[in-house]
Design a protein. Structure first.
Length: 60
């Protein structure tokens, strides 16, 4: 009987994770997140890792 309980909790956990994943996906879509932004030459990754050119154009 314990095997059934473990399988059930594993299934419930997987369902919760999938729901959270989908909610995060929807938030990214809602906020306009671009999955391929890192592929662009002048993409700003973070304040500490942005290229000098990006920092100059940002503050100019």
């Amino acid at each position: 009987m314990a095997g059934l309980s473990n399988a059930r909790t594993a299934a419930q956990k997987a369902a919760r994770e999938e729901k959270r994943r989908e909610e995060r996906r929807q938030l990214r879509k809602q906020r306009g997140y671009d999955l391929n932004a890192h592929r662009e030459k002048d993409a700003q990754r973070s304040w500490s890792r942005a290229s000098p050119e990006t920092k100059e154009s940002k503050h100019a």
